[in-house]
Design a protein around this ligand. Structure first.
Ligand code: GN1
Ligand code: MG
Length: 373
């Protein structure tokens, strides 16, 4: 039963393959009981495409829930996630009672983070009538999503950052990500280093992006804010009319810089093809999506962002896409220990995808500048 839960095999579990599903059944039965749910009366389906945590929809007939297993090899202190959620909920319920904040539900003992021998779990209400999407298809979706991430940071402008713990130390520290890349280039899998020399060179050539990041941090050019750090479109709940309701997946909400949130939107909304695409000709920049991200984010934060932040709006995309390219290539050189791989060279393919996206992004910069003045 435990064999299947070792970190190296977690990637296989993502597909919730049949041969493994009975093992999960054993485990989920006890867990659901803690919330007064009878497993036999629930329909359990794997949900979402996240690379790190696992998620299921639990359909209990009259009600639906989302069950999440936190990957504690990545989030080494899951209790900080739980504490952060509690603190954020207190603040938002007090000052913005109308804001839909999806917090983990307490079990029969009142605990919202359940530690079991199989890991850490949390259960959420599935918000009735809410819709999630996996790919940005039109400007309205990009606008609504950017607005929701902007709104989240905006509503929490006066939240005391001392009450927000670090769930993933150095998560978006580009200096460290570059260092990890350099280490992998020196000490990683020799064959893979040779094989990927062209990609490695391209990333070295773009190192200027790290230098800019370092001057931002060292010179304290922009403020720390409450930042989501995972702004993919599937982390926004929409209503049936396509209006944004709120943001979800708050595990990586930490003090951070707006370049993380705007950057990850650029990374994941601009191209019609995502990081899994192997045909690089399908990766291109949709300028209208850029405009939608800008307008959506600004509709909430135009008054709050400093001039320097506004100046760095375009830089944010380079920052995040570059970091993701580094992370995928680093993982490839380290034999896929972090992201796992569904096929050979998976992480190399993802890295090259992100390098292509970055180049397209850089080529589009003059157009971006024209659009936002
Ligand atoms: C991971 O698990 P998921 O898919 O939400 C990663 C993000 C990356 C993303 C790339 C904790 O997110 O930073 O952008 O993969 N999250 C963590 O797909 O490492
Ligand atoms: Mg996430």
């Amino acid at each position: 039963r435990y064999v299947f839960l070792t970190p190296l095999l977690t990637f296989e579990l993502k597909g919730f393959k049949n041969s493994h599903s009975f093992l999960y059944k054993v485990m989920l039965k006890d867990l659901l009981l803690q919330f007064g749910l009878i497993e036999d009366k629930c329909e359990i389906t794997k949900f979402g495409t996240g690379l790190i945590n696992h998620t299921w929809v639990i359909d209990a007939g009259d009600k639906k829930y989302i069950l999440q297993r936190i990957n504690h090899h990545v989030f080494k202190q899951p209790e900080i996630i739980d504490q952060n959620t509690a603190n954020l909920r207190l603040f938002l319920n007090k000052f913005y009672p109308d804001y839909l904040f999806v917090a983990a539900l307490p079990n029969l003992e009142g605990k919202s983070l359940i530690e079991t021998e199989d890991g850490y779990f949390r259960l959420f209400h599935f918000v009735d009538g809410s819709v999630t999407i996996n790919t940005v298809e039109n400007e309205e979706q990009a606008f609504e999503a950017a607005k929701q991430f902007g709104k989240f940071t905006n509503l929490l402008s006066d939240f005391n950052l001392q009450n927000l713990g670090i769930t993933l130390p150095d998560f978006h520290n580009l200096t460290l990500r570059f260092k990890q890349f350099e280490d992998a280039v020196s000490n990683g899998n020799k064959e893979r280093i040779q094989e990927t020399q062209a990609s490695i060179d391209q990333l070295y050539q773009l190192k200027d992006i790290v230098n800019t990041y370092e001057s931002i941090i060292n010179e304290n050019l922009i403020p720390l804010r409450v930042i989501h750090h995972d702004t993919k479109i599937s982390n926004v709940l929409f209503d049936e009319y396509g209006k944004g309701l709120c943001v979800i997946d708050l595990d990586t909400v930490m003090p951070g810089y707006f370049i993380s949130d705007v950057g990850d939107m650029m990374r994941t909304y601009l191209s019609p093809a995502n990081e899994e695409e192997q045909d690089l000709s399908k990766i291109n920049i949709r300028l209208d999506m850029f405009g939608a991200i800008y307008n959506g984010y600004m509709s909430e934060l135009a008054d709050k962002l400093t001039d320097k932040e506004k100046e760095l709006f375009i830089y944010s995309g380079k920052f995040l896409i570059y970091m993701q390219a580094l992370r995928f290539l680093t993982d490839y050189l380290n034999n896929d220990i972090y992201y796992g791989a569904a096929y050979s060279k998976h992480n190399l393919s993802r890295a090259n995808n992100q390098i292509k996206l970055l180049k397209e992004y850089i080529a589009a910069e003059p157009d971006f500048r024209k659009m936002i003045g």
